[in-house]
Design a protein around this ligand. Sequence first.
Ligand code: PGA
Length: 261
Amino acid sequence: MTVKRKLIAGNWKMNASFSSNEALVKALVTGLDALKAQVGQPSLPDVLVCPPAPYWAQVSALLEGSSIAQGAQDVSEHDKGAYTGELSLSMLKEFKVDHVILGHSERRRYQFQNDSLICHKVFQAMNAGLTPIVCVGETQDEREQGQTWAVIKRQVMSALSMLPVDFDRVVVAYEPVWAIGTGLTATPVMAQEVHAYIRSLLEPRTTHAKALRILYGGSMNAANAQALLAQPDVDGGLIGSAALSSSDFLSIISSAVARNP
Ligand code: PGA
């Protein structure tokens, strides 16, 4: 049986500088090499970093020759033109950015992005050959009012609604809004419940549902990663704060090493 590789993705958000990026990426590349020497390439998870756009060139140069991929934190749904402040998919591709986070709760909240816009972005990203990481998650209020399942269903179904039957490249990230940057984390049991539900929503849409990766995000750190990643439907993590520390991020990567493949 082939074991699904986990995906450990770092979302740096608006945290970066030439000097901090250099130190972080160099430490990650060295640390991942050391881990590879220990456990072998086949057991390593896939690793991705998503820096702010002005640093893509620097980060892709630093990642040259390593197995770490680079992602963006958002992208325009338009190809080009008069869209001040936006970045296009072709720009991402020129910088070897092959993943893109879409529908992050901070973009939904501060940039007023809605389900319909996110659905168009997912469609365009897939058409351009990138892998979208589609973020979904309920707020504290929605959880307390028992709306978690309805919110997740609405966000997942809407985000994927324009994709052809049998899509095979999307990553979904379950990020409960109340757990992002707060130090609160969904328990492994809570995360597993929602992940299994998300997979059940994917099943009627694609025969690849079992192979698609569903990441957990929301205060994942070196201390809780092992237990979260041990859940059968938790296929990796989307990590914010802890992705800014090379030792924390490497420790999360070690927690995702495949055991007894
Ligand atoms: P956090 O952020 O790990 O700091 O909670 C996760 C995210 O927003 O992707």
